[in-house]
Write a protein that binds this ligand. Sequence first.
Ligand code: FAD
Length: 660
Amino acid sequence: MAKINEDLLKERKKCSFNTAELTHLLDGGKDKTLERHSREHFFLDDPELRSKIPLEYLSHKEKYEEAVRKSCILFRKVQELQEAGKGGIENFREILGGQLGSAILKDGNPLTLHYVMFIPTITGQGDFEQQAEWMHKAWTCSIIGTYAQTELGHGTFIRGLETTATYDPKTEEFVLNSPTLTSYKWWPGGLGHSANFAIVVAQLYTQGKCHGIHPFIVQLRDEETHMPMKGIKIGEIGCKLGMNSTNNGYLGFENYRIPRTNLLMKNNKDGTYVKSPSSKLTYGTMIFVRVVLVQDCASYMKKAVTIATRYSAVRHQSEMKPNCPEPQIIDYVTQQYKLFPYIAMSFAFQYSASWLWDIYNNVTGELESGQLENLPELHALACCLKAVGTADCAAGVETLRLACGGHGYMTASNLPSTYGLATAMCTYEGENTVLLLQTARYLIKIWQNKKNIQNLPTVRYLDNALFNNRSYEKSVSWILSALQQVAAAKIDLANKHINDRVRQGKAYEDAWNETSIELVAAADAHCRTFLLDIFNLTVNNFQSISPELKAVLTDLLELYAVHTAIRMTGDLLRFTNTIGKDVEALQLWLEELLAKIRPNAIGIVDSFDIRDEVLGSALGAYDGNVYERLFAEAQKSPLNHEPVNKSFGLYLKPFLKNNL
Ligand SMILES: Cc1cc2nc3c(=O)[nH]c(=O)nc-3n(C[C@H](O)[C@H](O)[C@H](O)COP(=O)(O)OP(=O)(O)OC[C@H]3O[C@@H](n4cnc5c(N)ncnc54)[C@H](O)[C@@H]3O)c2cc1C
């Protein structure tokens, strides 16, 4: 093993708790940690899954080809695990998500949609015969699918999609068409050149009537030659801010015929179809993906914060006192403020994600037995957690990148591509503002009718939070109560403004739109109370952990609470009993917590136990040999493989000589 940087060695000695204890707690037990290690060993120690040349130096085409090569090996290995009886959802979670997935395929996986959307949609929306026909082929990867919903002209508003599927009773087929340029499918991952099948969402026409959007299974390419089928116009959409190997594609149809049985829904022979009684079941897949995204937020945040915190311990800069040695940058309080709140936030995301996961499983169980009452509450919560989680994660990764100064701007820090992955999450699977408005719609409904509110655990607090008015005290419970009061007041005010506007003669929809800035803020505040509430409950419920670890987790909980409160200072002053003196007290408390966390910062990020291959960063490796690693990475630049580049002879030399 390489020599460990002296500063990191000292930091590790300072740590007041057992890092392995925290690792096991985060993994859900020692056996889970061992299971994760064995999975990491299985994937990360396979030389075939390493790239010989850093992705950044490959052309767009080469990046894609390398990603397909690795994806195939990756999924073959998953199949191997399944055949050995070691299959489980965790393998898919890890290799598709923020840990192993982004370590092996830094710029995205062109086959992800096959597992994340194609298979779940067939499971969720195909009838028994359709599942029998397609699931085996899909699971064994004899076909590769994607999910084609978004079009050039419409993403959020799916009822506005323009692709048509017109039933032809003579041949018992649907005829697919893209009547306009804006009706071209645009964005689906893997659609460009990877998938040969897709779930296509299109407007269903039968007997001259439109029945709205429906999902169809559509073959895109020949299973042998991979040539596009006749009537299919297909390609890749081009370069993006990040995720450049996910092969996002476009797709158009010209009188393309598919069998009637490819409509994913029970429909009878003559095409007069019967709508599924429980279309709400499709919410299940959407909620599932959002739960996974909140987990990914925790993963990306842990990665970024590990990189930036280790780097901050190794990096020395400037003088704090004249003629004293340059301090580690982690000793600047402004630096601590850029790092530690995001360490705390990783915990908040992880705890809320696991809470959401448990509730999701309960509600899915209820759905199967026909109970739908708890679905709206879960849906509202999943929407706002996805929106607030991804927005905070993207902003956090960017803050952490800036915290690494110039070196954070290097792709070798792995912070730029982590940002690319994080910020994409703000848009896909429901654009964030739109999702917050969906949560707001639920909150307004609850506000207007509080009859059953005590049976709804995530909104129960709204019953009387408007009157909390607790005088300041230095406790998480006070902050929670104040945040709840803010959320309630914002919902109340937005509700009042909608009603005022309606009273002035505005249509409800216009009143809603005119109030939507406030509605989004109300949903955001509601979500932040939830994140803090769950963090608080989780830490308080830990029974069998050591007092040293409990103390660290309490520091992080308090930091998360105070940081949230300070970010909402204006709201606290406006809607609660808080006065200027209390804000000053909060600020002092924040500074006190930063100082308390300082000696344990490296220990905490070490406990995340993220392998160097997953961090993929010259700045964040366990050994802290930042400068050596940066130098080694620079040597990989193809420009450094020859002492003089040909552009000298071609352009520079004539230019220099002309200027003589
Ligand atoms: C990396 C990436 C991968 C993707 N992968 C897929 C995929 O595999 N399959 C697929 O089908 N799609 C995919 N998409 C598309 C994605 O689902 C859409 O981009 C997303 O749903 C947002 O829709 P939009 O682009 O039409 O944005 P728009 O809806 O046009 O949003 C633009 C702006 O309008 C605002 N806006 C829109 N509607 C409202 C409203 N009702 N109220 C207030 N404001 C509103 C939004 O807040 C936003 O600010 C992907 C997108 C990205 C970035």
